[in-house]
Design a protein around this ligand. Sequence first.
Ligand SMILES: [Zn+2]
Length: 279
Amino acid sequence: MAEDWCRHCDRHGRMTLEHIPAKATGNSSPVDLYHELNGQFEKVTREFTSGHALPTLCGDCNNGAQRRGLPDAYTAWHQDVVWHVSTFAAAMHHALGEDPDNVWYLCRPDGRAAVVPMEHGKGLNPTEMMNLHPGRIARQVLSGILAVQNTPYLLRDNPVLTQAYFSDDAASIAPFTLHVALANAGTGYFETGISQGTLNLATGRFDAAQSWILACTPFVFSLVKGEREPFTSTRIEHWFQYSVHETFGKRNRIVEYPIGRPGDLVVDKLYHDLEQLPP
Ligand SMILES: [Zn+2]
């Protein structure tokens, strides 16, 4: 493996493969990755058998995340979300004949995005006895955003992020906030892993670099410098306030996650970008 700088601890040396998302969440089909440079897309088709893998973490950091249970927590959460969405989509298919693989139509009668509940604790999913751990899930999400950095800006200029990531205690990432939305992007939309920009809510355009967006179907994550999420999403930054050792103390908290719909700005952006992609 090539020598590089570790995206989590900044040490230089031999890197190991970091799987984004966590290996156990799958992604066994061929995935088209698109590298975006100066507005031009370069298509890179790759086949992944156990998640997208990037050689960006040192062995200590990679093994440390596993030891702390971060990928496992993410995987449990991923499975629970997929279960809820599939159940909802199947019900809509039964009632209205909608395509059960299409989550875009999942709107409420008032036009707002439908929501799915996330349970912090055992979960409502009767087929799985989940122990969803919010602190670990949030740390794993941040880990993915940090792991795909091309430049060391986030790591070196914002030590609060890695301090929160490596901490086992309650932590804050202020002035950053972390958000998640559900979105069936239909492609692995990565700018070598990440898209960076500020969404101007007045114009709907991404401008300067104040948010970092990572699409891992069925999720779109955004790390924002500031409070305002770049698209309809749920704030998860407060999940860092759970200690990673507190496994049984805070069960059955429920958060609602909006599901993206065609009118959402992030969906428009993803569709817009898809139209620009080379065949
Ligand atoms: Zn490291």
